[in-house]
Ligand binder design. Structure first.
Ligand code: UDP
Length: 326
């Protein structure tokens, strides 16, 4: 297949692009490098640097079987500080993409949605029918985008799938041994933050801050559901087959089990063999205590199951982080 990957210079987009290439697909990456890195685009992909608004239509005019849409802003705190930026990039970018798809008769789209659309859950594991009540602009822009996709599918007979990711981590080694992984600036995520302290790249006196230990969980720290980025990428390939004309499907993607922040820290200590200093810091505003996915729908309908657990996720993220430090 010939596939347009928006945001293919970012973390998840570059991993999926690399895996698509390894499967023999033709890949065009479109990225404006607002947060991505040109050197993250896998060799073998055609790279177009630019915004969706400026370039998507031209790129799709050459023909594409489907779009995998990763390009978005994804920092919760930034979205609270600058909501208009998030609406413009996330919803506005997608509307421009849908318009380009309509003009070029591109029939399928798989979209990176998020667990953040559910906000503070009433119960876990979270199914796709749980109420969607985002608690920050980031989640709100993704939920609005899901709605736009559903409407576009209905109006224009496209096939659309929204994959609602829980906590994605880990890295991918391509067939040539090159690693693709997480490189955000600023980095806000727990596992890369822990590993940069383990490496010493956060500074000699740096220590991991664990945000809050007074949550209603077994050890008082937040619980999250981690999914390996390669398991996530496989789900995208399956989702392409789930793009049926006129339909918008939603699938949650997680492992179905949760790990507390202290358990993640302990796993990182075991995998790296390093001590990794840490301290308890105040709660981070807006963090729900427990987020765990039910991925029963994609499992039942598409046969998807995660293959890698937390230890493999951390081990691969560690390989990638060490490579970056060299
Ligand atoms: N977290 C932490 N220290 C960090 C980064 C994150 O204690 O340096 C916590 C965060 O408060 C949350 C969990 O780790 O409870 C997962 O946060 P992350 O930002 O990785 O993902 P999120 O669940 O917010 O999407």
């Amino acid at each position: 297949m010939k596939l347009l990957v928006t945001g293919g210079a970012g973390y998840i987009g570059s991993v999926v692009a690399a895996m698509l290439l390894a499967e023999g697909h033709e890949v065009i990456v479109l990225d404006d490098e607002s947060t991505g890195h040109a050197d993250a685009v896998p060799a073998g992909a055609t790279y177009v640097r630019g915004t969706i608004q400026d370039r998507a239509r031209d790129v799709l005019a050459d023909g594409a079987d489907a779009v995998l849409h990763f390009a978005a802003k994804s920092l919760v705190a930034e979205s609270v500080a600058r909501p208009a930026l998030y609406w413009r990039h996330n919803l506005g970018g997608t509307l421009a993409l849908l318009e380009a798809m309509r003009a070029t008769k591109t029939a399928r789209i798989v979209f990176s949605s998020t667990a953040a659309v559910y906000g503070e859950p009433e119960r876990v594991p979270i199914t796709e029918s749980a109420p969607a009540r985002p608690t920050n602009p980031y989640g709100a822009t993704k939920l609005a985008t899901d709605t736009a996709l559903a409407e576009h599918a209905r109006m224009h007979q496209t096939g659309a799938v929204s994959l609602r990711y829980f906590n994605v981590a880990g890295a991918y080694a391509g067939p040539d041994g090159r690693w693709f992984g997480e490189r955000h600036d600023p980095e806000t995520h727990l596992i890369p933050n822990i590993l940069s302290v383990a490496l010493g790249s956060a500074g000699p006196d740096a220590c991991v801050q664990i945000f809050g230990d007074d949550y209603p969980t077994a050890d008082g720290t937040c619980v999250r559901d981690y999914i390996h980025v390669t398991d996530l990428a496989r789900a995208h390939l399956l989702a392409l087959d789930a793009c049926d004309p006129g339909l918008h499907r939603i699938y949650n993607l997680g492992s179905g089990s949760g790990f507390s922040n202290l358990e993640v820290l302990q796993t990182c200590r075991e995998v790296t063999g390093r001590e990794i200093p840490s301290r308890i810091a105040p709660r981070r505003p807006g963090d729900p205590a427990v987020l765990i996915a039910s991925s029963d729908r994609i499992s039942a309908e598409r046969g998807w199951r995660p293959e890698s657990g937390l230890r493999a996720i951390v081990a691969d993220a560690w390989q990638f982080a060490q490579g970056l430090a060299r």
